[in-house]
Design a binder for this molecule. Structure first.
Ligand code: GLA
Length: 701
C-alpha cells in the first residue's frame, strides 16, 4: 500500500476508514456511519499546521506509541529481558482488506515485536482483535496492551455506563464527555456487578431512538480498564484493555498473546440501534447445543424456595410442585454436595452429600425427568471453603500471597485457576458429576471477588475449564452467575447460554436492571424469575401479576415454592407460565426497543418485524391527573392492530367501567395507523404505581 491509500470496512450502517501512511502505522480517517471514501485527499494535506506541534505531523493512528511524536495513551507497554523499558517503534508491514475484514500488521524488528490488529465486520458491528508476537530471541514482558484504540468525534456529548454491586446490578450512569479523562476500571478479578467493561457514547441530541451512538464492550471476564481521554486536537480517544498484573505476561520467543476482542456498535438510530447491534453480535458468539437456540424453558430454581434446607425427599416435592405449574427445567441450587449445610463449608468437594442424597443425584434427576423436566445443577467450581476436604488436602491451591493468609469472603477462597492440576481436578469432578446422572444444565456460580488477584491468567484458566467441559459435554447448557450478575460479558458468552441477572428479583428493582442488561446482551439470555413477596432482597411486597409481567421480559423462571402459595395465586402463576410459553418466540424474536414516556412511564417492546409485545410500566406514582399518549417511534409506515394481552394493575383499581376502551382491547384489538402511534401516540390509562400492561402490536399487511 502506498501512503494515502484508503481502506474501508463496511458493517451494517457503519464505516471504518483507514489511510496508509507508508511505513508508519495507518491513520484514522473515519469511524462512524457509512461513508463513500473515494477520492479523499490525504489526511496530512487537510490537517494544516498547529503551533507548538511536531514538525513532522503525527496524525491520530490506530496503534499509538510513545516517543514518536504521538501523545495519545500508548497502545502497548513492554519491558525487555533485563528489565529495561523498551519503546517499540513499529513499521507497518501489512495493511490489507479481505471480505469483511481489515488487517494491519506492525513490526519492530529491533526488538522482535509484531502486532496484528483485525477489524472484522460481524452482525452489523465490528469486532476488533489485537494480538502480539515476540519474534525476537529474548523474552519480552507485556505490561499493558489495548484491545482497541478508537477515535470519538468532537460532537460526542455524553457517556452512558453502568455500575453495580451485589443485589443492585446495572445502575445507569449518564455523564458529560470528560474535559480531561474518564476511566472505568475494575480490579475485583471478575467482570463485576456493573456489567461488562463497556459504555455507550451519545453524540449531540442522541436518545433512545435517534442520533449517532457508539457502543463498545470488551469480551473479558476479569480486571479491565476503559478510558476516554480528551485529546487537545478536539476529539476523544477510547481505549479498552484487560489489565495485566506486573510480570504476568512474559512472552517467550515465538509466543503470542491475544488481547480480548472489543465489540463495537455504531448506530444512527440512537441507543436502541446500538443495542440491536450488540444483541446481534452476542447472538453471533453464542454457541448453542446442536447449533440453534431451543425455546427457552421455564425454570424452577430451588434457591429462594428452600436455600440449604433440602434433601432428596424435599427436592422431590418441590420438583412435583414445579412440574404441576408447568416448569420445564428444574435447577437444584446450592446445598446438595458433601458437607454443605450452610455457606461455611463444602465448596471444592463436588460429590453429593451422603446424608441428603444417599444414592447420589441419579434418583432425583430421574424423578425430575419423569416429571417432564430437565434437571440442572448448581456448582461453584472456582471456589473452595477452608472447611473442605479439598482445602485440607491442597491448601496451596487457593490464590494467596506467600506468608499471608488470604482474606475470605462468604467464608471461601478462590482457587488458582492458573494451575493445570487445579483445572484437571475440577474437570474430573464436573465430568464425573455430569456422567453420574442425567444433568443437562449447570448453573455455574462465582461468589466472591479475587483478593489477591490471579491476574488475566486466572480468567484464561477459567475459560479453559469452561471450554474443556463444553467440549466433553456439548449438550449441557451453562448459566453464568456470580453473586447474581457479577459475570455478564461477551468473553464468558462463548461458553454459556444464560446469565443470572441479579439475586435481587424484586420486580421494581428489576425494571432498570434488566434494561441495563439489555444494553449488552439479548433478552433470551437474561435470567428473570418470579420471586416471593415480600422480596427476599428488598423486603418489598408486589403483586404476583407485576412480578410475573416483569420476569416475562427475559428467560422466565420461578424462584419460590409453588406448594406454599394460596391456590388462587398458584393458579395465577401457572397462567403466567402458559402466557410465557405462548409468547416466548415473540419475546425472544430478535428485536428489543426501550423508551421512556411522560411522567415516569417506561416502555419496552420485544418481538419481530411483524409483531411485538409492548410493556407499558408505571414504576412509581403518577404526578399528572391523566396519562398522556406517548409516541412509539418504531411503528411508522404500517398500520397496526393493538390489543392488550395481560395487565398487572396493582390494587386492581382499573375497573372496566372506568376504562371501557382498554378493557375492550383485551377482547378485541383496535386498528391504529403507524403515523398516529408514532406521532400522536398510543393512548394509555392512568396506572397506579407498580403496574404494567402488556400490549400486543400486530402489523397489518
Ligand atoms: C449466589 C447466586 C444465588 C444462589 C447462591 C447459592 O448468591 O447468585 O442465585 O445460587 O449463590 O449460594
Amino acid at each position: 500500500m502506498s501512503a494515502g491509500d484508503i481502506l474501508t470496512l463496511q458493517s451494517g450502517n457503519a464505516s471504518l476508514v483507514l489511510e496508509a501512511c507508508g511505513d508508519d502505522v495507518p491513520l484514522w480517517r473515519h469511524l462512524g456511519l457509512s461513508v463513500d471514501a473515494h477520492d479523499l485527499p490525504p489526511l496530512l494535506q487537510t490537517r494544516g499546521k498547529a503551533t507548538f506541534s511536531m514538525d513532522t505531523d503525527r496524525a491520530p493512528d490506530i496503534f499509538p506509541l510513545a516517543g514518536n511524536g504521538s501523545f495519545a495513551r500508548p497502545a502497548v507497554v513492554v519491558t525487555g529481558a533485563n528489565g529495561e523499558h523498551v519503546l517499540p517503534n513499529m513499521t507497518c508491514v501489512k495493511f490489507e482488506s479481505e471480505a469483511d475484514r481489515l488487517s494491519v500488521s506492525l513490526s519492530d524488528k529491533s526488538i522482535g515485536l509484531s502486532v496484528r490488529v483485525d477489524y472484522i465486520a460481524i452482525a452489523g458491528g465490528i469486532r476488533i482483535q489485537t494480538s502480539l508476537e515476540n519474534g525476537g530471541d529474548a523474552p519480552l514482558s507485556v505490561d499493558r496492551i489495548s484491545s482497541a484504540t478508537l477515535p470519538l468525534p468532537g460532537r460526542c456529548e455524553r457517556i452512558l455506563s453502568w455500575r453495580g454491586r451485589h443485589n443492585a446490578e446495572f445502575v445507569e450512569c449518564m455523564e458529560a464527555m470528560p474535559q480531561q479523562a474518564w476511566v472505568r476500571e475494575n480490579r475485583r478479578g471478575l467482570t463485576g456487578h456493573g456489567g461488562p467493561c463497556g459504555a455507550y457514547i451519545l453524540t449531540e441530541q442522541a436518545g433512545y431512538h435517534a442520533g449517532l451512538v457508539f457502543a463498545a464492550q470488551l469480551a473479558w471476564s476479569g480486571d479491565s480498564r476503559l478510558t476516554i481521554e480528551r485529546d487537545d486536537e478536539g476529539f476523544w480517544t477510547l481505549s479498552a484493555e484487560a489489565l495485566l498484573q506486573p510480570g504476568e505476561c512474559v512472552l517467550a520467543p515465538r509466543e503470542t498473546y491475544d488481547a480480548p476482542p472489543l465489540l463495537l456498535a455504531v448506530s444512527g438510530e440512537g441507543r436502541n440501534g446500538a443495542m440491536a447491534i450488540m444483541h446481534a453480535m452476542a447472538r453471533d458468539i453464542a454457541n448453542w447445543p446442536g447449533g440453534d437456540m431451543a425455546p427457552r424453558p421455564v425454570h424452577l430454581n430451588s434457591w429462594e424456595a428452600c436455600y440449604f434446607a433440602h434433601d432428596e425427599a424435599r427436592i422431590g416435592e418441590l420438583a412435583a410442585a414445579a412440574a404441576a405449574i408447568g416448569a420445564e427445567r428444574f435447577v437444584l441450587d446450592d446445598g446438595w454436595f458433601s458437607g454443605r449445610g450452610d455457606d461455611t463449608a463444602g465448596l471444592g468437594d463436588w460429590a453429593p452429600d451422603e446424608a441428603k442424597y444417599s444414592n447420589g443425584l441419579e434418583p432425583i434427576a430421574d424423578k425430575v425427568r419423569s416429571l417432564g423436566m430437565e434437571f440442572g445443577l448448581w456448582v461453584e467450581p472456582e471456589m473452595v471453603n477452608p472447611d473442605s476436604e479439598l482445602y485440607r488436602a491442597h491448601p496451596d491451591w487457593a490464590l494467596s500471597l506467600q506468608g499471608r493468609d488470604p482474606p475470605t469472603a462468604r467464608n471461601q477462597l478462590v482457587l488458582d485457576m492458573r494451575r493445570a492440576e487445579v483445572r484437571d481436578y475440577l474437570f474430573e469432578r464436573l465430568d464425573t458429576l455430569l456422567k453420574s446422572a442425567p444433568i443437562s444444565y449447570l448453573k455455574w456460580d462465582h461468589n466472591r471477588d479475587h483478593s489477591p488477584s490471579g491476574g488475566a491468567a486466572q480468567v484464561r484458566g477459567s475459560y479453559e475449564l469452561f471450554a474443556r467441559l463444553r467440549a466433553a459435554h456439548p449438550e449441557v447448557e451453562i448459566e453464568s452467575c456470580a453473586g447474581g450478575g457479577g459475570r455478564i460479558d461477551a468473553g464468558i458468552l462463548e461458553y454459556v447460554h444464560r446469565f443470572w441477572t441479579s439475586d435481587n428479583i424484586d420486580a421494581l428493582a428489576r425494571i432498570p436492571m434488566q434494561r441495563g442488561f439489555l444494553a449488552f446482551m439479548p433478552p433470551e439470555m437474561m435470567g428473570s424469575h418470579v420471586g416471593a413477596s415480600p422480596s427476599h432482597a428488598t423486603g418489598r411486597m408486589q403483586s404476583l401479576d407485576f412480578r410475573a409481567a416483569i420476569a416475562c421480559q427475559g428467560h422466565f423462571g420461578i424462584e419460590l415454592d409453588p406448594a406454599a402459595m394460596a391456590d388462587d395465586e398458584r393458579e395465577k402463576l401457572s397462567g403466567w407460565v402458559r402466557f410465557y410459553k405462548d409468547w416466548r418466540d415473540i419475546i425472544h424474536g430478535g428485536k428489543v426497543l426501550l423508551g421512556e414516556a411522560n411522567d415516569g412511564l417506561v416502555w419496552q417492546a420485544q418481538g419481530t418485524d411483524d409483531q411485538m409485545l409492548l410493556w407499558v410500566i408505571r414504576p412509581d406514582h403518577a404526578e399528572n391527573r391523566r396519562a398522556q399518549p406517548f409516541p412509539l417511534p418504531f411503528v411508522e409506515g404500517r398500520d397496526w392492530q393493538v390489543g392488550i394481552l395481560r395487565s398487572a394493575i396493582s390494587g386492581g383499581v382499573l375497573t372496566p367501567r372506568a376504562t371501557p376502551f382498554f378493557h375492550g382491547l383485551r377482547e378485541e384489538p383496535h386498528g391504529f395507523s403507524g403515523s398516529w402511534l408514532a406521532q400522536a401516540g398510543l393512548p394509555v390509562p392512568a396506572l397506579p404505581a407498580e403496574s404494567a400492561i402488556i400490549f400486543h402490536l400486530k402489523a397489518q399487511q
